[in-house]
Design a protein around this ligand. Structure first.
Ligand code: AHG
Ligand code: MN
Ligand code: MN
Length: 332
């Protein structure tokens, strides 16, 4: 029902699952609170000195901005004490993040990208937080990185919060996808986009065109056909978008369809791809599939990949079914 607050929505969903303990509801509520706090710092921007570059590098050799670190700290501090988690994994931490000994340990694991699209911070474009929730193994004294090596199909929930003109939380627990807009006056997320579905067809694609000369043949063929439009074999014009912010691209795909890809290319070969499996590709793949779209590397379904590392990268092609399937078929 449109207008429901997130908490009420989650409890209604929980009641549909026989034997549910409510722990996932509480965890998702706490994640939503963390996103509200991160969104607040994003909005305060330069007024709070939040746009500074601090110049340190994360494990992936990327320059960290103050908001990357701030968002990471807020997420960890908001979740570590709650008793719902056994450990966390973040883009900004080399190793997995244990729960401090003074707090109880819960039954879930969360992998997250505290701030996605951070090259957009200083230009005031949409950025966001991505998260993936998995079950922790039961009865283990110490959680290790190995415990996070679960296929995307094992995700219990996934979502992202986009800090754009409005702050919107997109969520799936495997029963479709719903979107909640933050009502700042009340301080609550409100259901505004129930049962989001990705249209099967689209005439919009998103790719970083500057990598054209590094692409593999299937990607080059697909994009070249789109660019040729009516004058080419597809006899249809396409439009292109590139925001350099996966949350913003995936949000657009959820709202009106499209194909988004960060494919394998010549200079990414040694890294495996650009986007990270555990906290970018898997949660977004889960959301897109739950909304009726498709998510693939070009050679296999994203959610079927057996992870081998916390910061493992993979090629990503996701969005409207018919276009993603076409690009995947070019890989065969
Ligand atoms: P992050 O800001 O978390 O490092 O992720 C940025 C990602 C993704 O959001 C976006 O699709 C892509 O990197 C943009 O890469 P390019 O700058 O190569 O276009
Ligand atoms: Mn990211
Ligand atoms: Mn990030």
């Amino acid at each position: 029902m449109i207008g429901q607050q997130l908490t009420q929505f989650l409890i209604n969903e929980q009641r549909k699952v026989p034997g549910a303990t409510g722990e996932l509801t509480l965890l998702l509520n706490d994640i939503a609170s963390a996103c509200k706090a991160i969104g607040h710092e994003v909005n305060r921007g330069a007024l709070a000195g939040n746009l500074d570059v601090i110049g340190t590098e994360n494990v992936q050799g990327e320059v960290q901005k103050k908001l990357d670190i701030l968002s990471n700290d807020i997420f960890i501090r908001s979740l570590e004490w709650t008793g719902h988690l056994a450990a966390m994994a973040s883009e900004e931490n080399d190793e997995i993040i244990p729960i401090p000994a003074e707090y109880p340990r819960g039954k879930y694991l969360v992998a997250f990208d505290p701030l996605d699209g951070s090259s957009n911070i200083e230009v005031n474009l949409s950025i966001g937080t991505i998260f993936s929730v998995m079950r922790a193994p039961e009865g283990k004294a110490t959680i290790t990185a190995e415990d996070f090596m679960q296929k995307g199909t094992a995700q219990v929930a996934a979502g992202f919060c986009i800090y754009g003109p409005t702050t919107i939380l997109i969520l799936t627990t495997g029963q479709g996808v719903n979107g909640f807009t933050l009502d700042r006056n009340v301080g609550e997320f409100v259901l505004t986009h129930p049962n989001v579905r990705v249209p099967e067809d689209t005439s919009e694609f998103a790719i970083n065109m500057s990598n054209h000369r590094f692409w593999e043949e299937p990607v080059r063929r697909y994009v070249d056909e789109c660019v040729q439009g009516k004058a080419g074999g597809r006899e249809k014009d396409f439009n292109m978008r590139w925001l350099a912010s996966m949350v913003a691209e995936v949000y657009r795909v959820l709202m009106r369809g499209g194909l988004f890809t960060y494919p394998m290319d010549e200079k990414l070969k040694s890294k495996g791809g650009r986007l990270r499996l555990l906290y970018e590709a898997n949660p977004m793949g889960f959301i897109i599939e739950q909304a009726g779209g498709v998510a693939s590397t070009g050679r296999e379904r994203i959610l079927d990949i057996q992870p081998t590392g916390v910061h493992q990268r993979v090629p990503v092609i996701l969005g409207s079914k018919n276009e993603v399937e076409r690009l995947v078929s070019y890989h065969q």
